[in-house]
Design a protein around this ligand. Structure first.
Ligand code: SAH
Length: 392
């Protein structure tokens, strides 16, 4: 057993619920070998918790249990997975949705690993080398806990020289794999880089758009990626959608999303271009929209410039205001854990002030139920989405 002494402040933080081990928690310099299980003791030699070493962001590792007698073995991970499964029963029973997050890292008691279920194919994302060292045990525990899985894929989210294959075991998924969400089909690719084609954390936002913000509306979707918001809007009765993304692949992927739902892509616009160029184009042609979606990445580098949420979001909202109809709606989203809700709201206020316009925030969304968060780890609660009505 690796017994490690930690400082009082770390012990207090962990005892009160924090799921993370910080480098400063260690009372003395300890050798941090990825994947090592450590038993943490306070200065009075009282047991605090067991965790594993895994460097991720600025963290040193994650807590696994506060029970000194609990061994970290296959059975431990089986318990974690059974608990995660129990918490997703509503999804298992839902016939309209078969893609959801099965395990959300520290929100489900296992920092460093997320698992998404795409129609029976499970995608494991390993966020540090320490947890990845436990891969064989974890996969064994998973196959025991979810015996009806079709196949397992993986993404390595830490730096590694030669990354292993995405496919791990079971059956291979069709390409594309068609999943269902809120009754809509989406084409996903489990074997192509870090992203699969859909961001599952926006499920409730897509549903809200379908239920209340699409019928009979014109819909501009910026940073549209594979056009998931556009397809949801079109399926719910938007008269026309426009999807704008800089990436070349967005054209064929968005076209495909329309096609798999039996929609004619020719009825919709798909523009491969910088969103700021698109806003200029729309303004020049005096185009306006009933609904405008802003869903930028936290940081992006394009040929001409860099975009960052902190530096550019106000400008982005200002652009959106100028092409949104009176009584129209701007749906502004960010997945930056650094950007606090209050700051995001102040961006909105500043942008409307600068444009001499009035607004009302009508709906707010954060992560959906399956993206369980840990109340003592606020960074995990990253998603903020505002539905903003432009009043004048
Ligand atoms: N809204 C999407 C996800 C957006 S991911 C969805 O719901 O699925 C971010 C996207 O922004 C990427 O596809 C990237 O190509 C695009 N992007 C980044 N910078 C851009 C820019 N300046 N103009 C247009 N698209 C950009």
């Amino acid at each position: 057993m690796n017994k490690v002494k930690i400082r009082k402040i770390g012990a207090q933080r962990i005892l009160s619920g924090s799921p993370v081990i910080e480098p400063l928690d260690f009372a003395k310099k300890v050798e941090r070998t990825e994947g090592t299980i450590v038993s943490l003791f306070d200065q009075a030699n009282q047991f605090v918790a067991k965790g594993y070493i895994g460097a991720e962001s600025k963290h040193a590792g994650w807590i696994l249990t506060k029970d000194q007698t609990e061994e970290i073995d296959t059975d431990f991970f089986v318990r974690v997975f059974k608990r995660a499964k129990g918490n997703r029963q509503a999804f298992e029973l839902n016939e309209d949705t078969n893609a959801y997050r099965f395990l959300n890292a520290e929100g489900d008691g296992l920092g460093g690993l997320t698992i998404d279920n795409y129609a029976g194919f499970y995608v494991f994302s390993w966020y540090n080398e320490g947890i990845y060292k436990w891969k064989d045990t974890i996969i064994e525990a998973f196959t025991k806990s979810v015996p009806d899985f079709k196949g397992i894929y993986q993404k390595i989210r830490f730096s590694m020289e030669e990354k292993p294959e995405d496919f791990v075991t079971g059956k291979k998924a069709e390409t594309p794999l068609i999943i269902k969400e809120n009754g809509i089909k989406y084409a996903v690719y489990l074997n192509e880089g870090q992203m699969t084609g859909i961001f599952l954390d926006q499920r409730n936002v897509r549903r809200k758009i379908m239920e209340e913000y699409a019928v009979g509306k014109t819909f501009l979707n910026t940073f549209s990626y594979t056009g998931a918001f556009s397809v949801a809007a079109a399926m719910a009765g938007a008269t026309q959608t426009t999807s704008v993304d800089l990436a070349n692949r967005s054209l064929e992927r968005t076209t495909e999303q329309f096609e798999v739902n039996g929609l004619d892509p020719a009825d919709h616009f798909i523009r491969v271009m910088d969103v700021f160029d698109y806003f200029n184009y729309a303004k020049r042609h005096k185009m306006t929209f009933d609904v405008v979606v802003l869903d930028p990445p936290t940081f992006a580098r394009s040929k001409k410039k860099t975009f960052s949420v902190e530096k550019d979001y106000v400008k982005l909202i200002e652009e959106a205001i100028q092409v949104t109809e009176k009584d129209g709606v701007i749906i502004a989203s960010t997945n930056s854990w650094k950007l606090k809700s209050e700051t995001f709201e102040s961006f909105i206020e500043e942008a409307f002030h600068n444009q001499n316009a009035r607004y009302e925030i009508e709906e707010q969304f954060s992560l959906p139920e399956d993206f369980r968060t840990n109340p003592y780890y606020s960074y995990g609660d990253y998603l903020k989405v505002m539905f903003i009505r432009k009043l004048s």
